[in-house]
Structure formats: C-alpha cells, structure tokens
Write a protein that binds this ligand. Structure first.
Ligand code: SF4
Length: 292
C-alpha cells in the first residue's frame, strides 16, 4: 500500500498544461494480469517493426537493468535536480553537442537515423557516404530496385525492413511533400518507418525545433538511472520516458539534452559498466555507486 501512495505523489502534475499520456495497452485488464499471454497482434507488431524504430533489439543489457526506485521526490524537486544535471551536461559536452550521424541535409539525417536502429553510429557513418553518392535524393532512393538497396544497406542490419521504410518514406516525401522532408511532427510521423525518436532527431537537429526528446537506448537507460522518469515501466518505455523528460526539462533544452545524454551513455554511463567514480552527474544521480 505504501508503494502505491509514494508513486502517486511523484506522479502529480504541476499544472493543467501538462499533456496527457495514453493509458498503457491492457492496463487493468485481465489480459495484462496473465503471465506469458502477449496478444498475438502485439507479437506480430513487434516482429513487423523489428529493425525499424520501436522494434525489439538484440542488444540486451542483462544484469544492469534496474527498476526505478520509488523516491518521494516530487515534480518540483525533480525539476530542480534535472536543471543541475542539464548544467553539468553543458559543462561536459558544450551547448553545441549534436548527433554523431554524418549528414548534409534533412534527407540524409532522416535516412541515417532510420538506418541507425539496432546498429551503431560508427557503422552507419561508414555506410552512408557511399550510399548518399549512389542515391543523392529521395527520387533515386524511391526508384531503386528493392533488392539492390537492401544489398547496399545490409551492413546496418535488418536491411529488408529498413529498405522498405526508406523507400516508403522517400515515395511519400515525393508524392505528398513535394520532395522536401517535412518539418512538423505530425507530417514526419506519416512517413513509413518514422516514429517519435526519428522525428525528434530530424526536427531538433536539422530544423532546430524542440518538439520532443529523443529517447533511444542510452536516453532510456540514463533517464531511469537518474530517476528523471517516474512513470516508465522500464528503460525501454520510450513514450513515458519522453513525456516525463518533457516535464522536468525546459523545452529549449530538449534537443541538447537528447544528444548530451546519448553521448554520456556511450562514454560514461554505459549499459554494462557505468563509471560512476568519473561521472560529472554523480552528485545528482540516485543510482551513483550502486553498481557492483
Ligand atoms: S553516477 Fe553512475 S549511474 Fe549515475 S549517471 Fe553517472 S555513471 Fe550513470
């Protein structure tokens, strides 16, 4: 009983301007209570999306997943602490920190981000220079023989799904958006293979619009360890993590915070071996020093 009371307290919203979040699928239903009864439609959806955004990955972080502690920290205190974390990230990474994905235009960034799902930025940066020379625009991607494009992006993994997404997105960019990558969340989400993570990368990094927070595997893990999320079920619960981060971080910091947390997750707070002793965020991190 005490656990429930504490969690409700931490979940209070500061004002009516906070956006509502959709109820988790199946919450409170009998189906959810039965173990091992994932609906076949959900299993199918996960399988279909494997290799594109939101899909299940093979890079498990076994042994390091932790349930968020149920602290009594309220929204105000958490927001103050988030501000200190943000300031530390600015000191360490600089305000201009950005994505590691090499790109020259919005289309390149969109395609590189689609390709980066379940892969590494290093792999994608080795792949894209040749790819973008061969396919310089949306038309060439859209008209490429599918098998040839699949072969060209094979090193990124899940190449069949990714080729399908890239061609679908490029066709829609040509047919619906006049050959230009759209610059609104609503329009980007219409593109095949594009969900909020990719849309946030493109909007924040190329168009300079702070519409949301990019929640990839690093941001999810750090949000949980730093206890900047209090509603997420785990570090992969990107929708809730993003919504919590959007509450405790100022909007003009969303893109910066995304990139800085990604860099910090790669360099310091890694999945298997977080270097708490060297971490600039340790004074503000409830998980500091808790990893054996
Ligand atoms: S103190 Fe440790 S757990 Fe917290 S952010 Fe730094 S490395 Fe990660």
């Amino acid at each position: 009983m005490a656990r429930k009371a504490v969690r409700r307290k931490g979940s209070e919203r500061p004002s009516a301007t906070i956006r509502t979040r959709p109820a988790p699928a199946g919450k409170g239903t009998k189906m959810r209570k039965k173990k091992g009864t994932t609906p076949s439609s959900a299993r199918g959806a996960a399988k279909r999306h494997r290799g594109t955004e939101g899909g299940r990955g093979r890079n498990k972080t076994k042994g390091t997943e932790r349930k968020p502690k149920l602290t009594e920290e309220g929204i105000e205190a958490r927001t103050v602490r988030a501000g200190r974390i943000l300031a530390a990230l600015r000191r360490v990474y600089g305000q201009e920190t950005t994505t590691a994905l090499v790109h020259e235009n919005a289309l390149h960034l969109l395609i590189a981000t689609i390709l980066s799902a379940q892969s590494t930025d290093e792999t994608i940066n080795r792949l894209t220079p040749g790819l973008f020379r061969k396919y310089p625009n949306a038309k060439t991607f859209a008209e490429a023989p599918r098998a040839e494009l699949e072969a060209d992006i094979r090193p990124s993994g899940f190449f069949r799904n990714k080729a399908k997404s890239i061609q679908g997105a490029c066709r829609m960019i040509l047919e619906r958006f006049g050959g230009r990558v759209p610059d609104t969340m609503e329009e980007l989400l219409e593109l095949p293979g594009v969900a909020r993570k990719t849309a946030n990368v493109v909007l924040g990094t190329w168009f300079g619009k702070n519409v949301g927070v990019v929640v990839d595997t690093h941001v999810g893990r750090l949000a949980e360890r730093l206890e900047l999320t209090w509603t997420a079920r785990n570090a992969k619960d990107a929708v809730r993590i993003e919504q919590d981060l959007m509450i405790v971080l100022p909007q003009d910091s969303w893109t910066f915070a995304s990139h800085a947390l990604i860099w910090h997750g790669r360099r310091v707070c890694t999945a298997r071996k977080p270097a708490c002793a060297q971490c600039e965020l340790a004074p503000y991190c409830p998980s500091a020093g808790t990893f054996a």
